[in-house]
Design a protein around this ligand. Structure first.
Ligand SMILES: *Cc1c(COP(=O)(O)O)cnc(C)c1O
Length: 394
């Protein structure tokens, strides 16, 4: 039986896998030790669990366990990477390069640093959501210390040309940081093949718990150093102080292990359903996909429905289907998505866009229902709308 509402917002967060919860449970009450307690079995037990999780996370991205720094999530990892590198390498320069469609955790961090005298180049994106490597090369200058470009975008799923970016960064002796929060666990990511120096990830986007994530910090060739942004007991090799969230870290580790085991099969299953959903919705007139349809995460699509009022579209759907739209509600107003705007969409079109994010529990029945529901709402709204009637005369 189909249960409503259907959850298709897996880019915002994912349910914790029951196997992850099961792995975490003993570390709340039974094995509750502080991983930094060096003098007794309670501490050793917690430390062993953290070490094991560190291996699981490292394995998923081709890293060494010692290169993993646990954080409270990707937002913190983004802050630590960018602020930590700017502070550590201040003598080398004060310029960083990022791009217009990064997550706010990166963009707002850069804005903050601008107030402190760091200069930031925000690369535009091509209509497919990718950066132009020529723009990147042109932005590089003698004082550039960091390139921060996401692995895959959270709204449109476009995968950036990471290998080519890292080659450019290497050629110029610049560190390369990537916010890989949406990519890790969904597609193969390897910090050595991709020559990544710093990488952010989070558990709750890959069926782990909220409030825990990690920053990968390269230790060799080159050895990357960061100024810590949280002072305290010198945990995590001095890069992130604070008592470790042992159950959370165990959950992140288990989520990483499951992702590694099941990624290929899961992404094939989700890609098939995503392609069907997309194909059926594109049968509607004046409907198109945002972002690159080749270099893209397999489990999602972002579709614009021309001549449909965005709020009415969302309202017509979201009681039954939990989904994200191209509108971001700020405290004062509803703003069109800055990501879709950066691709060149009008405000109106950005508002009439929907992001469908499929996940581990998504079923074929749910996709069939979604196709029917969304098509029905779009057709109804268009029938009632003067925008649609006048579409050819405008
Ligand atoms: C979700 C997300 C974040 C924030 O992660 P948290 O763990 O929730 O702080 C950062 N970057 C990207 C690309 C994301 O999708």
């Amino acid at each position: 039986m189909l249960e409503l509402p259907i959850y298709l917002d897996h880019n915002a967060t994912t349910p914790c896998d029951p196997r992850v919860v099961e792995a975490m449970l003993p570390y709340f009450s039974e094995h509750f030790g502080n991983a930094a307690s060096r003098h007794h079995a309670f501490g050793w037990r917690a430390e062993a669990a953290v070490d094991y999780a560190r291996e699981q996370v490292a394995n998923l991205i081709g890293a060494e366990p010692k290169e993993i720094v646990f954080t409270s999530g990707a937002t913190e990892a983004d802050n630590l990477a960018i602020k930590g590198a700017c502070e550590m390498y201040a003598s080398k320069g004060n310029h960083i390069i990022t791009c217009a469609i990064e997550h706010k955790a990166v963009l707002d961090t850069c804005k903050h640093l601008e107030k402190l005298g760091i200069e930031v180049s925000y690369l535009p994106v091509l209509p497919n959501g990718s950066i132009d490597l020529k723009d990147l090369e042109a932005a590089i200058r003698p004082g550039t210390i960091l390139i921060s470009i996401m692995y895959a975008n959270n709204e449109i799923g476009t995968i950036m040309p990471v290998k080519a970016i890292s080659e450019l960064a290497r050629k110029h002796g610049i560190l390369f940081f990537t916010d890989a929060t949406q990519a890790v666990g969904k597609i193969p990511v390897d910090v050595n093949k991709d020559q990544i120096d710093l990488l952010a990830l989070t558990a709750h986007k890959m069926y782990g718990p909220k409030g825990v994530g990690a920053l990968y910090v390269r230790r060799r060739d080159p050895r990357v150093r960061l100024a810590c942004q949280m002072d305290g007991g010198g945990h995590e090799r001095g890069m992130r102080s604070g008592t470790l969230n042992v159950p959370g870290i165990v959950g992140l580790g288990k989520a990483a292990e499951l992702a590694q085991l099941e990624m290929l099969e899961e992404s094939n299953r989700l890609r098939k359903m995503r392609d069907l959903l997309e194909h059926e919705l594109l049968l509607l007139d004046q409907t198109f996909v945002n972002g690159d349809t080749e270099n893209r995460l397999p489990h999602m699509t972002n579709i614009s429905f021309q001549h449909v009022e965005g709020e009415a579209l969302l309202m017509g759907i979201n009681k039954e289907i939990a989904i994200s739209s191209g509108s971001a509600c700020t405290s004062a107003s509803i703003e069109p998505s800055y990501v879709l705007k950066a691709l060149g969409l009008s405000d109106e079109l950005a508002h009439s866009s929907l992001r469908f994010g499929l996940g581990r529990n998504t079923t074929e029945e749910e996709i069939a229902y979604t196709i029917e529901k969304v098509s029905g709402v779009v057709n109804n709204l268009r029938e009632m709308s003067p925008l649609w009637e006048n579409r050819n005369s405008r």
